[in-house]
Design a protein around this ligand. Structure first.
Ligand code: G3P
Ligand code: MG
Length: 260
């Protein structure tokens, strides 16, 4: 019998519980803490640079104001993305993030962002040549996802080797078929929110040949429950909590030593 694979720890926006989110510092720290993977969000600046930032504006995470899509790269680059933590950091580019993953090893989950599906598709189109140029080893360590399913479908169609996943949030998906969009585009995984995840969904996805990576699991009790449901990956702001929980559960499930 083959052993069940250990749940993969995706550090959400880097180790964002410990460092400024979506910065090279947070990505390095995530790998230092033992995460196998990092997740980050990619958007386009006004002049077309691919930058790593979550919100549609720079207001929350930096010392600037304005929409990411309305600012040119030089302006974005002048901002402090570590403001909240008082640790000066720059907004990284996609190229810098790929370089970090190239250097550190592990997996990169690149989430295509946009204020609308159209904008996300535009970002996917801009990302495509960068991914197309990647060397084989890094290609295999990349997983691209989006809430805007047409954006990942486009990339999967143009780059058939690309591993992709469909993201889900919101109550509308409680009653809708989350597997169908993933299966239709040849995705390897679904990425539902914790709220949308049930043991039954995990079983159905596995039966359909899909992996299940769940975001964002920060409470240890939630992490343990999801591991017990056999999810394949967990996104957490605190990657060490996933690593500790899975080690504890693995130790508990080891056969007890009997006799002398
Ligand atoms: O990709 C998982 C998770 O990052 C999706 O939500 O809003 O944190 O990008 P969000
Ligand atoms: Mg994200």
């Amino acid at each position: 019998m083959t052993e069940p694979q250990q749940v993969i720890c995706y550090a959400h926006r880097g180790a964002r519980g410990h460092a400024p989110e979506n910065t090279l510092l947070a990505f390095d720290l995530a790998f230092d803490l033992g995460a196998e993977a990092i997740e980050c969000d990619v958007q386009r600046s006004r002049d077309g640079e691919l930058v790593i930032i979550h919100d549609g504006t720079v207001n929350r995470t930096t010392n600037g104001v304005g929409a990411v899509a309305a600012l040119v790269f030089a302006d974005l680059r002048a901002l402090d993305a570590g403001r909240v933590w008082r640790i000066p950091q720059r907004i990284p580019t996609l190229a810098e993030t790929l370089d970090l993953v190239r250097r550190r090893g592990g997996t990169l989950n690149l989430e295509i962002k946009g204020e609308s599906v159209e904008e996300s598709v535009g970002t996917a189109e801009a990302v495509e040549p960068v991914l197309r140029a990647l060397e084989e080893p890094l290609r295999a360590r990349l997983l691209v996802s989006s809430f805007a399913h047409p954006a990942v479908a486009l990339l999967k169609e143009r780059l058939p080797w690309l591993r992709v996943a469909t993201l889900y949030s919101g109550r509308e998906w409680q009653k809708a078929d989350m597997l169908a969009p993933a299966l239709a585009m040849g995705a390897e995984a679904i990425h539902p929110s914790v709220a949308l995840t049930t043991a039954e969904l995990v079983t159905r996805a596995h039966d359909a040949g899909l992996r299940v990576n769940v975001w964002t699991a920060n409470r240890s009790a939630t992490i343990r429950k999801l591991i017990a449901w056999s999810v394949d990956g967990l996104f957490s702001d605190y990657p060490e909590r996933v690593i500790i929980a899975r080690a504890q559960l693995a130790a508990q499930s080891e056969p007890q030593q009997t006799g002398r």
